[in-house]
Structure formats: C-alpha cells, structure tokens
Ligand binder design. Structure first.
Ligand code: NAD
Length: 297
C-alpha cells in the first residue's frame, strides 16, 4: 500500500516517521521541504504538490494547522481533488471544521474516494512515542483498511460514528481541556497576586477537586516558565473557535467557551500565538505583574 503524508509539522513529522519506520512506501509533501529532510534521508519520497501525493498513493494522511490549510490542500490548485482515483482513502488528522469535513467527504465520494475525519489526541509526546489516540468518523470499512497504518502511530482507535463525528468528539474534548487551562491561569494568577505561594496553591489544587490532566503537567512547564510548543496557543484558540462555529450552527449556546475565545484572541494579539497553550498564563502574568513559578521539587 502506498502511503502519502501532507503536513510535516510538530505532529506530522513524528507520525510520518512511524509510518516510514514500519516499512511503508511513503510519499510526503509540505509547504516547507526542509521539514521533511529527516524523512527523505530515511527513504521517503518528496513530491511538490498535494495532487502528486494523491496521484502516487492509495492512502493519504494530512496533519495541517487549520481548516483553511486543509481546504487549500484538498480544493486548491494542484490539490488532492485533482489527483484522486477510485478506491483511494483520505484520512485528515488535523483538528478541522465540521462543515469542511462533511463537504470534503461528499465531494470525494463523487470520485469514489472515502474520507475519514481522524483527529488525534496525545500531543507531541504521544506523536513522538507512537502513542496517539485516533478519534475517527466515517465508513468503518475504510477505517479497517488503514487500521494497521494508524497502529504505527497510536495505540487506541475510537470509531465514533458517521463522517464528522470524530471531529465533534475531538472538539468536545478540546473545548473542555482548553477552557480548563484558561480558568486555571486566571485562578493561579489571582492566588499569586493575593500573596499565596504558587507551590502551595498547586498542592492544594492537586489534592483537591481541581486536579486534572493539564494541572499535572504544570510543574514541568508553567511553574518553571517553559512555554515552548507543543501545542501552540494559536491552535488552541482555533479549536475553541471551531467549537463555537459548530454551536452556532446547531443553536447551542457556549457562553463560557465564547469568553475563553476572547481571552485567547487577546493573548494572540499580544504575541503569544506561537508559544505553548499554557502561555495563556504568561499573558495574564504580564498583565497583572506576577509570575506563577515554583522552586521545582
Ligand atoms: P504545525 O504548525 O507544527 O504543522 C503543520 C504543518 O503543515 C507545517 O509543517 C506547515 O508547513 C504545513 N502546512 C501548512 N499549510 C500547508 C499547505 N497548504 N500545504 C502543505 N503543508 C502545509 O502544527 P501541529 O502542531 O503539527 O498540528 C497539526 C494539527 O494537529 C492541527 O490541526 C492541530 O490542531 C492538531 N493537533 C496538534 C497537537 C499538538 O500537540 N501540536 C495535538 C493534537 C492535535
């Protein structure tokens, strides 16, 4: 089976490496050829356009920043649409817009191509370790054909349901985790501004009802002032926006997410977009004039 991969970024570079190391014939493309050097050195083939990826491969994966990028890759000049053949499979692992995912699936079906929305969770660490979780929507038969490839990159695969349902489940997960980080930033900054030791705030939260997955990561990130991505704040902001878009379409109000969306917009405008999601702390710290740092224990 010939496999294509488009979007050799923080996530994609690691995912594509696992596919290659598992022995698949891999063709890659990105806007930046230099991003793929480590793959080309290991035997991957480079092509200049998404169309050429589709022409060369039976299965194409993409891991792109946002829906505008996916739209260009699929529908743009020399996009996937121009190269697809009957029987091909396209699995988009970006966190994408629900509308676009559905539209792509309908248009691809006219060409005999199956689309799977298969966003991932597990972060760059999960990508590096081949330990991602896939949250898949679309035809089960298409998923079964690519399961062995997904297993090179991750351990767990959820088939959520019809096309678009993987995206819905991913947005639900992300809107929970991202808004949690926003409120944790506000609360910790408040506590420190009020004069309490950050380590003590952490220990109380950790042993109390505030404990959660991200909080457990703070001692090695926020509390030591490490805001290198990882998961960029601009991508987190995009994901909250995608959830709001879906809520608007379905008539579901999301007032908390809407407020968080504005916080992230402010942080992006202030120049924190390319830092880690946790830099929402740094943005607030600068605003208020305190830092949530501990002496690491
Ligand atoms: P990234 O910005 O590091 O990588 C994206 C790559 O896509 C870059 O190499 C970029 O050059 C390439 N690209 C952009 N537009 C392109 C185009 N038109 N044609 C070809 N290549 C193009 O982003 P990332 O952190 O790897 O995230 C990728 C996706 O995975 C996003 O949708 C993100 O929301 C999702 N995600 C990220 C994480 C994480 O921890 N970083 C975790 C889960 C999900």
């Amino acid at each position: 089976m010939k496999v294509g991969f488009i979007g050799i970024g923080r996530m994609g570079s690691q995912m594509a490496r696992h596919i290659l190391e598992a022995g698949y014939n891999l063709t890659v493309h990105d806007l930046r050829k230099e991003a793929a050097v480590h793959l080309l050195e290991k035997g991957a083939k480079w092509v200049d356009t998404p169309r050429a990826v589709a022409e060369t491969c039976d299965v194409v994966f993409s891991s792109l920043p946002g829906s505008e990028d996916v739209e260009k890759v699929v529908y743009g000049v020399d996009g996937l649409m121009g190269g697809w053949k009957v029987g091909d499979i396209y699995a988009d692992m970006s966190t994408n817009s629900h509308d676009l995912v559905i539209r792509m699936a309908k248009d691809a079906a006219k060409k005999g191509v199956a689309v799977l929305d298969s966003p991932v969770t597990g972060g760059t660490k999960g990508a590096e370790e081949g330990n991602l979780v896939f949250i898949v929507g679309g035809e089960k038969t298409a998923l079964e054909k690519i399961e062995s490839i997904l297993h090179t990159m991750g351990k767990k695969i959820y088939h959520v349901g019809d096309m678009g349902s993987g995206t819905v489940a991913k947005l639900v997960n992300n809107v929970i985790s991202i808004t949690s980080n926003a409120i944790m930033a506000e609360a910790f900054v408040l506590g420190v501004k009020a004069g309490v030791d950050p380590q003590m705030l952490y220990e109380v939260a950790f042993s109390g009802t505030a404990r959660n997955w991200d909080l457990e990561k703070y001692p090695d990130s926020v509390f030591v002032g490490d805001f290198e991505p990882g998961f960029r704040l601009s991508l987190a902001s995009k994901d909250v926006g995608l959830a709001l878009q879906l809520g608007r379409k379905l008539g579901v109000p999301l007032p908390v997410a809407a407020a968080v969306d504005q916080s992230f917009l402010a942080a992006r405008t202030a120049g924190f977009g390319d830092k880690q999601l946790y830099a929402i702390f740094e943005y607030l710290e600068n605003l208020v004039g305190v830092q949530v740092r501990t002496t690491k224990k």
